[in-house]
Write a protein that binds this ligand. Structure first.
Ligand code: ZN
Ligand code: ZN
Length: 296
């Protein structure tokens, strides 16, 4: 059975291959270093999309004895790998740009070369929109990382196309390697952002403040019968969000009653956040801290 995330990741591989072929054609027709830089970016995309496909497939496996919390963090590995590939591509482009800088020449004018490269960019833009939408709907960091990456590609490619057009129009040769270097810098920046967000997931970063506020509100409103909740902790693992906290109830309350409160809160949290995994530790009032989440 294939999921939407899997089909999307497979689509990314296909799009990246077509875009690579088109951009390589544009480079071949013109010999422009800037277009070479743009094409190399697509080699990274093919590798990264394939890695993402493998990761999404793995992250969808249900929890097992070996990985009782599930496999959702696998997605972060593909994002970190993608970041590393981006850095490698940027280094290659910089080397090529330096070489071209030392042996300046104007690329060969080719209208079809520009049109082909432009087509690749349009294709990338369309796919970036699809990826963003699907990544949000299935809460997949790998797909969203891919989408952000593609957007930065689209921006870079447009800059490159305009720039190469200017090189042809003005005949200034150093413009081409300069553009390639700017492309490399932009690629590096997107790699950094990608690694940053994935490392956050691997490091068990808490949910964003607005979501945390919604979680606190849901606990507060649905904990009637309890005294307080404290030590609320959250973390992300791919599409899953883990929530845990202590729930203080009157010491003489029956276990069935305390459990009923827990079930109510869990249902409320799941209504707020479908992918929540909740653990509640019940305590008697001597454990109250007088702070944390008050019960409304
Ligand atoms: Zn406690
Ligand atoms: Zn239970």
């Amino acid at each position: 059975m294939t999921t939407l995330a899997e089909r999307t990741a497979a689509g990314s591989v296909a799009v990246a291959l077509v875009v690579l072929a088109l951009k390589a054609g544009g480079w071949w027709l013109t010999g422009s270093v800037a277009l070479f830089a743009d094409a190399l970016e697509s080699v990274v995309n093919v590798a990264a999309a394939a890695a993402a496909l493998a990761a999404v497939r793995y992250s969808n496996l249900p929890a097992d004895a070996n990985h009782p919390y599930g496999h959702t963090k696998a997605e972060y590995f593909s994002a970190v790998l993608e970041g590393a590939l981006i850095v490698a591509a940027a280094a290659m482009i910089l080397r090529e740009a330096w070489d071209a800088w030392q042996h300046l020449r104007v690329p060969v004018f080719s209208l079809s070369g520009l049109v082909i490269a432009g087509l690749a960019t349009v294709l990338n833009a369309i796919w970036a929109v699809v990826l963003t939408r699907r990544g949000r709907s299935v809460r997949s960091p790998a797909l969203l990382a891919d989408a952000r990456h593609l957007w930065s590609d689209v921006v870079t490619s447009m800059g490159v196309l305009i720039g190469v057009g200017l090189v042809f129009a003005t005949g200034i040769p150093w413009f081409d390697p300069l553009l390639a270097a700017i492309t490399a810098a932009n690629i590096l920046l997107s790699g950094w952002r990608l690694m940053r967000s994935s490392v956050g997931g691997l490091m068990d970063e808490a949910v964003p403040p607005d979501l945390l506020a919604r979680i606190r509100a849901a606990v507060s409103v649905h904990a009637e019968g309890a005294l307080e909740a404290h030590d609320l902790r959250t973390r992300h693992a791919g599409r899953l969000t883990f929530i845990e906290f202590h729930l203080v109830v009157p010491g003489e309350m029956k276990v069935v009653e305390a459990h009923a409160i827990c079930d109510r809160i869990e249902a409320a949290l799941k209504a707020e956040l479908e992918t929540a995994v909740i653990t509640i530790h019940v305590e008697p009032e001597v454990k109250a801290k007088g702070q944390g989440v008050p019960v409304l």
